[in-house]
Design a protein around this ligand. Structure first.
Ligand SMILES: [Fe+2]
Length: 200
């Protein structure tokens, strides 16, 4: 063996995956890093706080869609099963956009389910299975909560000249939620019975 060569046991120890590393957070939640994006610290803070609330509610709405995708029942099963999964994917894209905007502004985005549960203002959904009309009503209510806060946040961002946040809220969040409300809402309409003239 060469003078400085390592024996096989030492090499094996060094290449084993390390699972017990611990350390302080590199950025505590609620503390902003100053980013060179020509926005004041106070504007960034307000947008980060607003976007984290919107993020928690959007993650909740996204997960409601997956729950309802799995648990839907009844004669419209196939249609709703597919619609709910499409909306889940679209909400998931919004979640990514909102979270990355928070990081871009120098903040820390919430990410984990327990933090989302503590933050969201959407009413808690039961673990059990619910009938399709109840699922649809829940979704419409959650969408309206998200739309109401997103409109307020968009106005505030515009006033503060945070154009990127305003654009995300208006072009992505508000438009996507409005469109989903249309598709979900049409499943709740109770149409009048239609008779042929001979039978009337
Ligand atoms: Fe699926």
């Amino acid at each position: 063996m060469a003078p400085n060569a390592l024996d096989a046991d030492t090499i094996i120890q060094r290449v084993a995956p390390i699972t017990d590393r611990h350390g302080p957070e590199i950025q505590p939640f609620g503390h902003l890093v100053s980013m060179p994006i020509a926005l004041s610290a106070s504007v960034c803070r307000e947008s980060v706080d607003n976007l984290n609330q919107l993020l928690a509610d959007t993650m909740t709405l996204r997960d409601m869609y997956k729950k309802h995708h799995w648990q839907v029942a009844g004669p419209t099963f196939a249609q709703l099963h597919q619609l709910f999964d499409k909306h889940y994917r679209e909400q998931n894209d919004l979640v990514d956009g909102i979270a990355e905007r928070i990081q871009l502004l120098g903040g820390v985005s919430i990410a984990m389910a327990h933090d989302v549960a503590e933050t969201t203002i959407i009413p808690r959904v039961p673990r059990g299975r619910e009938a399709a009309p109840v699922q649809l009503s829940r979704l419409l209510h959650a969408h309206e909560i998200v739309l109401k806060e997103a409109r307020t946040m968009a106005r505030l961002a515009a006033e503060q000249r945070d154009d990127g946040t305003n654009d995300l809220l208006v072009s992505d969040v508000i438009r996507a939620n409005e469109l989903q409300v249309w598709f979900v809402g049409e499943h709740t309409v109770e149409l009048p019975l239609v008779y042929s003239r001979e039978r009337a």
